[in-house]
Design a protein around this ligand. Structure first.
Ligand code: ADP
Ligand code: ZN
Ligand code: ZN
Length: 736
């Protein structure tokens, strides 16, 4: 029998596959693409994925090693997923092995045997004589338990992960169990099929004609690739469109993948989906442990989950019969991974939809310029929802000129007045300040010495509660010095204001109101964000202080006043995307106000109210602003009219990264232009010196070819051993 060789993707930072031999003892049954095998690589033993099961051996045969074992479990990758991951690796010029590594649940990257206990679900018990009496009591005395019972009883079976993500606790679950209302059962691993009671008709809304047109456009293109951009203000009924577009897909016994940018959004989205469809829903987000993640992966792959809802990396979930992909908040920058494998989830989802010949729906109130341009040029089907659904009115945005105001703790007189009135009406106020911590710097009031992080040359942020100085760039920490190290004065004071300080000032200014702060510091604990958001919707707090975390998609029906305390930073950035992001943020923040029948108001404080960007946005709205800005981008030959890649380099010594990059610009690349090398916005971070080079072309194909040429030169670069480098295709953050 001839020797059998295979090509394997291995988690090492090399842009190649590796050849191994399959010994005869392991050759039956025939090895398949997507199988997981254990191989030795140098001194290590690692998991590899078979990419080519019948490879030629281009090496000296005696040097090729045998694979060690075949994993032989349930967790092999399908041919289709392998091809998709290969496409991703090609698109980003990223090492294969690393792409596979990052796309797989952690447990599948380990050699150890995996034992998953069978998936369990909760079900309602058959009603007994006293069931109604118990439920009546619960309804009055334990509303949360009652709500939990209702969710469970409206499903054939619902998992603990789903219930936990919806905000319920083990205690509530145990209470219902001990009352004999619910039981836990093993979930059958059979394929989901549509049934009579899969759709909750009572929950379904009658679509407006605008909405109905979109649903039918999506449903008309079910068995082919098409990309739909739904551009609709917050509250215009996009989610309702998703839900109704999904009906036909689920009725065909196909699966739907829904991607949301933030874990914090999952409970709300999940709640709507749970109420509408009585189907198994699998979740994929950072709140799951390794086994739970793998369970999601498996139920998606086997087809027992009808819907998968997840964050960014859910785009790599294997789905046996995927029929539709939905990306909510497609403009959101958290859809792009900003380290190692720098992929954009939206772009990869489009690639996947194309590969599988299925439709994909992108929804947002503030389309990214990339998507808007694709929609305007006819590449995507463009759908606009211009009216808010239901009764709510659109919030009005007004500018406050800080040069004309008495300002106290960053709050203008006008804003304070509005806050008082809103609180007096019993409504909630949201203050938005994109700076966490107590103060962005501390300095000496006598000699103006500034406490700076030595590793980044940037001011330390003061965290008063922890009594620490923390560098927000590298994370290093320091005690607050008792006196100025430069002149010895003890007059050391905070400079500027962060959310922590704002919170404590508001406690003095509004002693009657309860204040909640929502930022990365206050939500570090698992489950804390869900808890705080629940408290807000229960109206336990009247004043909300938060960073951009709060701008994303949350529904706050009783918030009728939203204020952006300081918008000026974004007006003067050298990154051409900063104005796009500022505009999206403002409109998203505005979308939080007045969702219910109460009208909302948005106040934006600025010292530059005449700035044309602000004026255009406030008076003419996002779309006018976006069209204007797109014209400017076209004239300046910037994305989305051109295509970019960013080559980053850093080193311990200042001149190395620049020399490394400059050497690469000596040879021109066909059809591509270079910009740089230039120092990064933060030239020094965590002790490293940083430079970047932009490579730009007028077509993706030309850029791709140029990058291949460039990568081929890197091994010969004389500075290679002295720098760390990485490549970012379609970078969205030039301000690193
Ligand atoms: P979006 O996803 O665009 O923010 P939603 O789908 O959440 O909008 O809808 C906003 C509100 O309007 C929700 O309370 C929803 O129930 C309601 N709504 C949506 N579509 C309709 C409709 N066709 N008729 C009545 N109410 C609707
Ligand atoms: Zn001093
Ligand atoms: Zn630092």
């Amino acid at each position: 029998m001839p020797e059998q060789y295979i090509q394997v993707a291995i988690p090492v930072p090399m842009r190649q596959l590796f050849t191994y031999r399959v010994p005869e003892t392991l050759s039956s049954p025939a090895i398949k693409v997507g199988e997981r095998v254990a191989v030795s690589f140098g001194p290590r033993k690692v998991i590899g994925i078979v990419i080519d099961a019948q490879a030629q051996c281009d090496f000296e045969v005696s040097k090729v090693k045998d694979i060690t074992t075949r994993l032989n479990d349930n967790f092999n990758l399908s041919q289709s997923l392998v091809s998709f991951l290969q496409l991703c690796a090609h698109y980003y010029h990223h090492p294969f092995g690393d792409v596979f590594q990052q796309a797989l649940p952690i447990l599948l990257r380990k050699i150890e045997n995996i034992t998953l206990s069978p998936p369990m679900v909760w079900q309602a018990q058959c009603p007994r004589d006293d069931t109604n009496i118990i439920l009546d009591k619960l309804k009055k005395k334990a509303a949360k338990q009652f709500a939990l019972y209702q969710i469970i009883s409206s499903h054939h079976g619902i998992s603990w992960v789903e219930l936990r993500t919806l905000g319920y606790s083990k205690t509530q679950l145990n209470a219902l169990q001990s009352k004999g209302l619910i039981i836990e059962k093993e979930q059958l691993a059979e394929q989901y099929t549509w049934q009579e009671d899969t759709l909750n008709q009572a929950d379904r809304l009658v679509l407006s004609s605008e909405q109905a047109i979109i649903v039918s456009a999506i449903n008309h293109s079910l068995a082919q690739f098409s990309c739909h951009l739904i551009d609709g203000v917050t509250g215009s009924g996009k989610t309702e469109v998703y839900l109704q577009a999904m009906e036909e897909v689920l009725a065909n016994n196909q699966q739907v993948l829904v991607i949301v940018p933030e874990i914090g959004l999952t409970p709300q989205t999940l709640n709507r989906f749970e109420q509408r469809f009585n189907v198994p829903i699998a979740l994929h987000h950072s709140g799951l442990n390794d086994k739970e993640r793998l369970a999601t992966w498996l139920s998606a792959q086997q087809g027992s989950a009808a819907i998968v809802i997840g964050t960014r990396s859910a785009v790599f979930t294997p789905l046996h019969r995927l029929g539709l992909i939905i990306i909510d908040e497609e403009h959101d920058s958290s859809l792009k991974q900003q380290d190692s494998f720098r992929y954009h989830c939206r772009d990869m989802a489009i690639l996947r939809a194309r590969q599988l010949n299925i439709p994909i729906v992108l929804g947002t109130a503030t389309p990214s310029f990339e998507s808007l341009q694709n929609a305007l040029s006819g590449k995507y089907s463009y759908h606009q929802l211009v009216n808010r659904a239901g009764k709510s009115n659109k919030a009005k945005i007004a500018l406050i000129d800080m040069n004309q105001q008495q300002v106290e703790f960053g709050l203008s007189g006008t804003l304070k007045q509005e806050m008082k009135q809103t609180l007096a009406r019993g409504e909630q106020v949201l203050l938005f300040l994109n700076r966490r911590g107590y103060a962005p710097a501390i300095n000496c009031q006598e000699c103006h010495w500034l406490a700076e992080c030595q590793r980044c040359d940037k001011p330390y942020t003061l965290h008063q509660k922890q009594q620490l100085l923390i560098c927000h760039h590298c994370g290093s920490q320091k005690r607050i010095p008792p006196q100025c190290p430069s002149c010895g004065s003890i007059r050391i004071a905070p400079l500027g204001q962060g959310t922590e300080q704002l919170e404590s000032r508001l406690e003095d200014l509004f002693p009657e109101s309860s204040i909640v702060r929502i930022d990365r510091d206050s939500t570090r604990k698992k489950g804390e964000l869900t808890k705080l958001l629940q408290e807000v919707s229960d109206k336990k707090h009247q004043l909300l202080v938060g960073t951009q975390m709060l701008a994303k998609g949350h529904h706050f029906p009783d918030v009728t006043l939203v204020a952006v305390l300081d918008v000026d930073g974004a007006l003067f950035s050298f990154d051409f995307r900063a104005s796009e992001q500022m505009a999206q943020l403002l409109i998203q923040v505005a979308g939080r106000a007045g969702r219910a029948s109460k009208p909302g108001k948005v106040l934006v404080q600025s010292s530059f109210v005449d700035h044309p960007l602000l004026q255009d946005l406030v008076h003419n709205g996002y779309h006018h602003f976006a069209h204007q800005a797109l014209t400017e981008r076209q004239q300046a030959r910037l994305p989305p009219y051109t295509f970019q890649a960013l080559l980053r380099a850093d080193a311990n010594y200042p001149s190395y990264p620049e020399k490394f990059l400059r050497a690469l610009t000596l040879q021109s690349l066909d059809g591509c232009e270079f910009a740089g090398p230039v120092p990064a916005a933060m030239e020094k971070k965590a002790g490293k010196f940083r430079y970047h080079l932009i490579i730009q072309a007028t077509s993706r194909k030309v850029l791709h070819r140029g990058i291949l040429q460039l990568l081929a030169q890197i091994p010969d670069n004389e500075w290679l051993g002295k720098v760390r480098w990485s490549l970012d295709i379609d970078p969205i953050d030039l301000n690193w």
